[in-house]
Design a protein around this ligand. Structure first.
Ligand SMILES: *[C@@H]1O[C@H](CO)[C@@H](O)[C@H](O)[C@H]1NC(C)=O
Ligand SMILES: *[C@@H]1O[C@H](CO)[C@@H](O)[C@H](O)[C@H]1NC(C)=O
Ligand SMILES: *[C@@H]1O[C@H](CO)[C@@H](O)[C@H](O)[C@H]1NC(C)=O
Ligand SMILES: *[C@@H]1O[C@H](CO)[C@@H](O)[C@H](O)[C@H]1NC(C)=O
Ligand SMILES: *[C@@H]1O[C@H](CO)[C@@H](O)[C@H](O)[C@H]1NC(C)=O
Ligand SMILES: *[C@@H]1O[C@H](CO)[C@@H](O)[C@H](O)[C@H]1NC(C)=O
Ligand SMILES: *[C@@H]1O[C@H](CO)[C@@H](O)[C@H](O)[C@H]1NC(C)=O
Ligand SMILES: *[C@@H]1O[C@H](CO)[C@@H](O)[C@H](O)[C@H]1NC(C)=O
Ligand SMILES: *[C@@H]1O[C@H](CO)[C@@H](O)[C@H](O)[C@H]1NC(C)=O
Ligand SMILES: *[C@@H]1O[C@H](CO)[C@@H](O)[C@H](O)[C@H]1NC(C)=O
Length: 874
């Protein structure tokens, strides 16, 4: 008995050995595998190391070879699973004829390329064919239809092209067909209808086109259907309506049409359906609410009309509901507040009206809510404050009214808040500043008024902000987002000033430092006396204070246009060769101006300030540079842009944009250049300066008084557009009072009242503006005229006509600019009135300059100045 068993075993062993080694009917398998292995690009790579017959027992292919499983008799290989083995090469080298019993061929996730050979049709018993995630190209061989026992066919993620062969309809047993992410084209073969066992049918991300077959769920077993991102047209298959086992459906990104009210049924297992980006029409049937397992329902970008049925709230498992970009009307049903698992709700870009339901407070999981671009009215519900997981809230482009509820400030996770284009009013609640995760904030195009709360200073995550088109006033918050925002983010308000310093105006500055840094052309004597005075008090105090030390701490470069401060400092020093006089383009009381051309081609005007050598100024410099930082944010067409400020142990300087035209004073002084500045350009200059001063006086809060308007402070760009320089520096000089300023101003431009120690106000600038306007018309400083103006009118009025006043280097102005010139003189006279309260405001000046002027009744030489003096305009 035992002997017989041994003999039997021996026979089996010999049989198996010979069958593998000697190449009888099945012996071809081992040879075929080895031959294929050697055809690969990396045959000796570790992954197929075990595929070696010479080394060991004859049973090795079935026992030891990786990925190979034989049948019970060790005769036939039935499974080949070489997934994720890093194989590179073609399939041509594999002789499929040798594997008649093969059931599984899994070669997925390798780097196999070339075509899928048609000889694959010889694998008559194959049930699983996975070659997905390789680099196969060419078309799907029609021989695939020979694989009649196939249940799973995975070809996704290759470069397959051409049509899906109609022979696929012959694989009646097919359960799982995955074709996504190839380059398949043409229409779906009608034969696919015959695949009644099908449960999973995926073909997204191809170039398939034409109509879908009428019947795609003929067996009623279909669970997953995905045809997304193709070019299918026409209606969805008719039998989808009662394809009741559907779990996951993706139709998005095609050109499908049809009435969604009729084409879909109730699917008790449906978990996910995406119909977005198609041309579906009709209404959302109340039936959708009966899909008890639905978690995602996406229908955006279609032509769905009608209202949102309240029954939708019966689909209580909904997490994602996206009905955006349709033509939905009616109100948002309060019942939607019952969808407690809702995480993402997008109803934007429809025509929904009515209120935002306060029931949304129950949506405790809600992270993303977009109701933008509808016709919603009423209030922003304060109940939103309870949606504590909200990350994104977009209510823009509606008709929401009244104030923003302070409870919005409780949304600590909120990253994006868009309330723009509504009718919101009132002051912004200071609680908004507590939105510490907020990254983008759009409040533009509303009717918000008052100041922006100072809590906004602390919004450290904020990167993008827009508060334009409101009625806001006052200083802008001192946060990075506000500093870096473009000017248009603030435009059209009641006077938002890009100047954070106003809030801190109670703070004391070291007058000495500030004055010595940037006094705009102060009389040197007066300046000196002030310096000495404050230096005295300073240094006596300094003795009792512990001051920071070390030159390193004095390096303090305010970032310029996003440049790294230290880098910028070094580039500027290099560009001016350590402030070599050959780069000097101007001198002023506070320092010399150098032209610095960076290697990048950018040109700056660098104003090097007098050296600061008092030890205790580090802290002051720091606060001072904060102010400069704020000033760098001022962007006005007629104000020279201050780009930054550097203070360093060695040098301190202000960095301005460089203007090619130089100063107005220089231009008028040059015979040749003055001729280029024709009457039209001169009127432009007068208007430009008026605009800048209007901005400073009326759009900044509190107003900024320039205090030193003169032709040397007006620069011209290459288009002769005027730019006022040293904007705001006067304010930094003395945030507490205007006393110091009584000395300021350039001789010949300062208002008479300053001589009597009156405090400077806007009207001083108006006076200086009058002088400047006359200077532009006359081509020289109007000192004689000013002198005679203070005399009784009759003397000058009788003697001179308009023509006498004009710059004789230019031909006399003709209409229509002649009218403008005469009007400008008139306006200048009204600015030069001795009583400050009689002078117009800069806003009035700007407005008058904009209005159409009456045509001249007399030639210029006939218009007596007297007439212009008497004939006050304002
Ligand atoms: C042959 O197989 C034996 C036992 O299975 C093993 O110890 C030995 O290392 C193998 N030899 C080679 C060369 O693979
Ligand atoms: C192939 O093997 C991997 C594990 O190595 C397994 O996850 C996969 O299901 C197998 N393929 C088939 C078709 O059984
Ligand atoms: C695919 O194969 C690589 C190794 O070649 C492996 O790192 C990766 O995890 C595999 N991917 C999948 C989805 O199995
Ligand atoms: C289809 O299978 C039969 C046997 O089952 C075989 O004779 C024939 O060659 C196969 N055709 C292709 C194209 O592979
Ligand atoms: C996809 O197929 C088209 C022809 O049908 C061909 O022009 C295109 O190059 C293919 N794209 C890729 C990525 O293979
Ligand atoms: C579907 O299969 C039946 C037989 O099972 C056959 O008669 C019919 O032609 C097939 N239809 C298509 C479209 O292949
Ligand atoms: C769908 O309904 C049609 C007609 O009502 C019926 O013929 C077909 O068998 C149904 N299919 C399923 C999967 O229930
Ligand atoms: C869509 O189907 C519904 C239900 O049959 C019908 O009432 C509605 O008029 C249809 N809409 C369109 C636009 O055809
Ligand atoms: C569906 O919702 C409606 C109204 O919202 C309600 O009356 C009805 O009872 C709900 N049906 C089910 C099955 O929950
Ligand atoms: C809010 O929605 C509108 C309209 O869809 C869009 O233009 C805007 O960019 C959205 N805002 C944010 C912050 O995403």
């Amino acid at each position: 008995m035992e002997f017989e068993l041994k003999v039997l075993l021996f026979i089996i062993v010999v049989a198996v050995f010979t069958s593998f080694a000697d190449g009888d009917e099945n012996g071809g398998q081992i040879e075929a595998l080895l031959k294929w292995k050697n055809s690969l690009e990396n045959p000796s790579s570790a992954s197929l190391f075990s595929w070696d017959i010479s080394s060991n027992s004859s049973f090795s292919p079935c026992e030891k070879w990786v990925g190979i499983i034989c049948d019970d008799g060790f005769v036939n290989i039935i499974h080949i699973n070489l997934t994720s083995m890093g194989l590179k090469g073609m399939l041509q080298g594999l002789d499929f004829v040798s594997f008649p019993e093969l059931v599984t061929l899994d070669l997925s996730n390798n780097s196999l390329y070339g075509v899928i050979p048609k000889s694959i049709g010889m694998l008559a018993n194959l049930k699983i064919l996975y070659v997905n995630a390789n680099h196969f190209s060419g078309s799907i061989p029609s021989a695939i239809g020979n694989l009649t026992k196939l249940k799973g066919l995975h070809l996704s993620l290759n470069h397959l092209s051409g049509n899906i062969p109609k022979e696929i309809g012959l694989i009646a047993s097919l359960v799982d067909l995955k074709l996504p992410m190839n380059n398949l084209s043409g229409s779906l073969p009608a034969e696919i209808t015959n695949l009644t066992s099908m449960k999973i049918l995926l073909m997204g991300n191809n170039r398939l086109s034409g109509y879908l077959p009428d019947s795609i769920c003929s067996g009623g077993l279909l669970e997953r259907l995905s045809v997304h991102t193709n070019r299918f047209i026409g209606p969805v298959p008719k039998d989808l309506k009662n394809c009741s086992r559907l779990v996951r459906v993706r139709f998005e990104e095609n050109e499908l049409t049809g009435n969604i009210s009729e084409d879909f049924g109730v699917y008790p297992m449906l978990n996910y359906i995406d119909l977005s980006y198609n041309k579906f029409f009709g209404e959302i049937s109340p039936n959708w609410g009966s899909n008890q397992n639905l978690k995602s329902f996406k229908v955006s970008h279609n032509n769905i009309a009608g209202s949102i049925p309240s029954e939708l709230a019966n689909a209580t498992k909904l997490e994602i509901l996206d009905l955006s970009y349709n033509q939905l009307v009616g109100k948002i049903q309060n019942e939607l507040g019952g969808l407690k698992l809702l995480f993402n709700l997008e109803l934007n870009d429809n025509q929904l009206s009515g209120n935002v339901p306060t029931e949304f407070r129950f949506l405790s999981e809600l992270a993303h809510l977009n109701l933008a671009v509808n016709r919603l009215s009423g209030l922003v519900p304060e109940e939103f404050g309870q949606c504590s997981k909200l990350l994104y809230l977009n209510l823009s482009n509606n008709k929401l009214t009244a104030m923003v509820p302070s409870q919005i400030g409780r949304l600590h996770s909120l990253q994006d808040l868009d309330l723009s284009h509504n009718l919101l009013t009132g002051e912004l609640p200071s609680e908004l500043g507590y939105l510490s995760s907020l990254e983008t904030l759009n409040l533009s195009h509303n009717q918000f008024s008052g100041y922006i709360p100072n809590t906004f200073d602390t919004m450290s995550s904020l990167t993008a902000v827009d508060v334009s088109y409101n009625m806001l006033a006052g200083p802008l918050p001192n946060s990075k987002a506000f500093r870096n925002a473009p000017a248009k983010a603030f435009e059209h308000n009641k006077g938002l000033c890009c100047n954070a310093m106003m809030k801190k105006s109670k703070r004391k500055y070291s007058k000495m430092v500030l004055v010595s840094i940037i006094a705009p052309i102060l009389s040197t004597l007066i300046l000196l006396s002030i310096i000495l005075g404050t230096f005295f008090t300073r240094s006596s105090r300094a003795r009792y204070m512990v001051e920071p030390e070390g030159a390193g701490e004095r390096e303090n470069c305010v970032t310029i246009w996003g440049f790294d401060g230290k880098l910028m400092y070094e580039s500027l020093i290099q560009a001016t060769e350590d402030f070599n006089p050959k780069y000097c383009i101007g001198r002023g009381g506070s320092g010399s101006v150098y032209k610095a051309m960076l290697p990048t081609g950018q040109v700056f005007a660098v104003k090097k300030l007098h050296e600061i050598d008092d030890d205790d100024d580090v802290a002051n410099l720091k606060s001072f540079s904060n102010e400069i930082d704020a000033l760098t944010e001022v962007k006005h067409r007629n104000i020279v842009k201050l780009c930054g400020f550097c203070s360093h142990a060695k040098y301190s300087f202000l960095v301005y944009e460089y203007l090619e035209g130089g100063s107005l004073a220089k231009m008028l002084a040059s015979e040749e250049k003055a001729k280029q500045l024709d009457w039209n350009k001169r009127i432009q200059v007068v208007k430009g300066v008026a605009n800048a001063l209007t901005y400073m006086h009326h759009e900044c809060f509190p107003p900024v008084i320039h205090r030193d308007i003169s032709s040397s402070n007006i620069l011209l760009d290459s288009e002769y557009e005027a730019r006022v320089s040293d904007f705001g520096t006067a304010r930094i000089l003395n945030p507490d009072s205007s006393k110091l300023i009584s000395f300021a101003g350039t001789f010949g431009y300062s208002a008479p009242e300053l001589a009597y120690g009156t405090e400077a106000n806007e009207k001083c600038d108006v006076y200086s503006y009058g002088v400047l306007a006359l200077e532009v018309i006359m081509g020289k400083h109007p000192e004689d005229l000013l002198l005679s103006l203070s005399l009784p009118e009759s003397i000058i009025g009788h003697r001179f006509t308009v023509k006498d006043l004009l710059d004789h280097r230019l031909p006399p102005p003709e209409d229509p600019v002649g009218e403008e010139v005469v009007f400008t003189i008139k306006l200048a006279f009204s600015c030069l009135q001795t009583k400050p309260q009689s002078r117009p405001t800069m806003q009035q000046v700007s407005q008058k300059l904009l209005t159409r002027k009456p045509t001249l009744s007399d030639p210029l030489e006939m218009i007596k100045l007297e007439k212009l003096l008497v004939d006050q305009i304002l």
